[in-house]
Design a protein around this ligand. Structure first.
Ligand SMILES: *[C@@H]1O[C@H](CO)[C@@H](O)[C@H](O)[C@H]1NC(C)=O
Ligand SMILES: *[C@@H]1O[C@H](CO)[C@@H](O)[C@H](O)[C@H]1NC(C)=O
Ligand SMILES: *[C@@H]1O[C@H](CO)[C@@H](O)[C@H](O)[C@H]1NC(C)=O
Ligand SMILES: *[C@@H]1O[C@H](CO)[C@@H](O)[C@H](O)[C@H]1NC(C)=O
Length: 355
């Protein structure tokens, strides 16, 4: 099957209100014939400078060559506009990405494209480079909620920059719920091996996965697990599905509140996951929560560390999370070792192509 079949025709959600097309005045062939080649060249260059879009030139080339004048409009693209553009069946899949994570974004996107869910993906760009890069390749699929973060500091796990980066997640998710959409959030160091949507059974408010490595029986309960050593649960904030219910909104509000109560400090090097767990634990009897099956959504601490378990649960895995390991290069190597690093050989399957 052609790897391009999945691509819907690229069109711009912010359609240019002032199309300056040579075709709008008269037949271009006819008018060209009265110009000398030199005049024509000058005219063409002028048009390029003005940011005129030539649909008959290879789409990618023209996007690259006229990027500068046309990108500025993405600055004003709002989350509401973006969500209404990408949503399908009232559902969006979102991730939040800064520039250093683009290879992981692409890897994740290839795996989602294989499950035919890429059209509803919205990339929440944390810096302008990411916003422009994604929208240049895939118009309308990235949005930036200001302010943009400094991409140098934003990707160091455990740093204040990283905390600032992740602490905005529940706000974005709450906003999307308030717009009335179902939303799935994923970290981009994940790979889909199958379609997760059939696992979102019933009409619960919040669906999530456990980050504990202990093996559970296949028929484990879908309730929030009991708290662990730190007095709270170890649910992963890496993969969350929310319905636009008051219960789900309450969890997001509580998460935001919990994060304010426990701001980043050098000693604690907090990330957003404990706050998410406190929110779930405190609301467990008010909100309808649903724990997804471990065999389908294992933590990296199990999938990459227990070969026996992987063998026993063969064919049941749906989303693999490359966590319980720190560092870019190590993550890439591990994905590579397990045949889950798809960007080297399958980049053309991504809506972004090779980046
Ligand atoms: C939308 O939902 C309907 C009914 O649940 C389903 O049959 C259809 O495949 C969905 N479409 C997309 C694009 O997900
Ligand atoms: C993180 O956010 C805090 C509070 O908004 C701010 O004071 C700090 O400068 C930010 N740090 C980084 C590294 O982004
Ligand atoms: C899972 O299966 C075991 C053995 O068949 C049974 O004893 C247990 O009650 C089941 N647990 C749940 C949560 O259904
Ligand atoms: C690894 O998986 C096997 C099979 O599920 C299980 O019996 C064993 O306890 C697991 N090992 C560890 C260290 O968790």
């Amino acid at each position: 099957m052609s790897s391009f079949l999945y691509q819907r025709p690229i069109h711009n959600p912010l359609s240019d209100p002032y199309p300056i097309s040579p075709r709008s005045s008269s037949n271009p062939q006819k008018s060209y014939s009265i110009f000398s080649p030199t005049t024509l060249l000058v005219l063409l260059s002028l048009m390029v400078v003005m940011g005129v879009f030539f649909p008959w030139v290879g789409m990618r080339e023209s996007l690259v060559s006229v990027t500068k004048p046309s990108i500025s409009k993405w600055r004003d693209y709002t989350l509401a506009q973006a969500v209404s553009f990408v949503a399908q069946n009232g559902t969006v899949i979102v991730c939040a990405v800064s520039q250093p994570y683009l290879p992981f974004l692409n890897n994740w996107l290839i795996s989602i494209t294989r499950q035919k869910h890429q059209d509803k993906v919205l990339v929440i760009a944390e810096d302008y480079a990411t916003l422009y890069k994604v929208n240049e390749r895939w118009p309308g699929h990235a949005v930036l909620v200001p302010p943009a973060l400094d991409s140098q500091t934003a990707h160091k796990f455990g740093s204040q920059g990283f905390f600032n980066f992740t602490s905005r997640r529940p706000r974005h998710l709450l906003h999307i719920l308030e717009l009335g959409y179902n939303v799935m959030y994923n970290d981009v160091d994940m790979v889909w091996l199958a379609d997760p949507f059939p696992y979102l059974e019933g009409k619960h408010d919040v669906y999530f996965t456990d980050d504990m490595t202990a093996v559970k029986p296949l028929n484990h309960s879908h309730d929030l697990p009991p708290p662990g050593k730190k007095g709270r649960t170890y649910i992963c904030s890496c993969m969350i599905f929310l319905r636009p219910t008051s219960g789900a909104k309450l969890v997001m509000k509580k998460w935001i509140e919990e994060m304010k109560d426990q701001p980043w400090s050098r000693a604690k090097k907090a990330n957003d996951q404990p706050a998410f767990n406190w929110a779930l634990d405190k609301l467990a009897n008010k909100v309808d929560l649903y724990l997804l099956p471990q065999a389908a959504f294992p933590t990296g601490g199990l999938y990459f560390k227990n070969k026996t378990w992987v063998q026993e649960t063969k064919g049941m895995h749906v989303i693999i999370h490359n966590n319980y390991i720190l560092g870019f290069e190590k993550k890439i190597k591990r994905f590579h070792d397990y045949g889950l690093w798809l960007v080297d050989d399958h980049a053309l399957e991504s809506p972004l192509g090779r980046i």
